[in-house]
Write a protein that binds this ligand. Sequence first.
Ligand code: ADP
Ligand code: MG
Length: 351
Amino acid sequence: MPAIKQLPDLVVNQIAAGEVVERPASVVKELLENAVDSGATRIDVAIEQGGAQLVRVVDNGSGIAADELPLAVTNHATSKIASAEELFRVGTLGFRGEALASIASVSRLVIRSRQEGAEGAELSMAGSAEAAASPAGCPVGTTIEVRDLFFNTPVRRKFLRTAQTEAGHTSEAFARVALAHPAVHFTLSHNGRVLHDLPPCPAPPAQGEDRAWRDRIAALFGEDLAGALIAVESRDEREEGVIRLSGFVADPKQTRTHTRMQYLLVNGRAIRDRSLQHALGEAYRGLILTGRKPICFLRLEMPPALVDVNVHPQKLEVRFADSGPLYSQLLGTLRSRFLSSDLRVGAPEQA
Ligand code: ADP
Ligand code: MG
């Protein structure tokens, strides 16, 4: 066996990129999450050729200090946590400090950023671990451009699908973040064509966040779907604190052949969870045809200590301290809600 050697930074980052950056949609997700974490009120996403040629995300958030730009693209460098204890009470979407370094190792990356009252700066990289920033004029906030994804890892580039398919995945990633943040103005365009322009939906004090959420759902998926939603709400008081379930499920007449319209936010983060998806399916049993999947937009709010978000590099899955009671809470809440509305059980109508 050859001697043991420490891998060069670029290779380390490319290995990490294998877990974090699967396709243009993963780039969009990571950049959007950074933009949200920066406190932006407006975020514009533009992609070209499904994102394989270009992903650009422009935000009006806090910006990055010029002298910290090289750190931003360094692996395990983050401004969001400073110790392991903080992992269990992270309030930001990011905390692993690996997205930008990973993306930079498999693309041509340009960052332009400026903080309020400071000079702007720009940094460009092309698949290397080296980066130096230079002064640049730009508005407050951050613009990140990712070109030619996987240009230096041809095997991975080959796995990319058609521009249309990649744009579809990107749209989904966009929707997942945009849904969770109705107060932020988001736009998405593909090859110069605007696919989404989602005006900010402030939460009106009287109707609360549910109203803002319904407006955002309508802007993303249309009035037909949003108009037929059933509101649900419940609270489970546990020793560790309250678990609040809220949001909407669709009328059983509205179903899909896939589960992609099952949106589940846990403390503001869109996740997938097989057990909760199963509970959802059980709640609809007898109301929809076999093989059809329900639609939902549900939010779970719980003490951060009850959910570990650091189990998946893309944070698409989380681990609940106790998933049994959550399963029962979801199933019970939906069942009693369905009983109280006059849904025709056992006689599904399908579009
Ligand atoms: P993480 O989000 O896990 O901290 P990233 O690699 O995604 O790691 O980003 C590294 C750091 O760069 C962040 O912690 C943040 O300080 C800074 N950063 C990245 N994108 C932005 C942005 N759009 N606005 C402000 N700061 C940003
Ligand atoms: Mg991040």
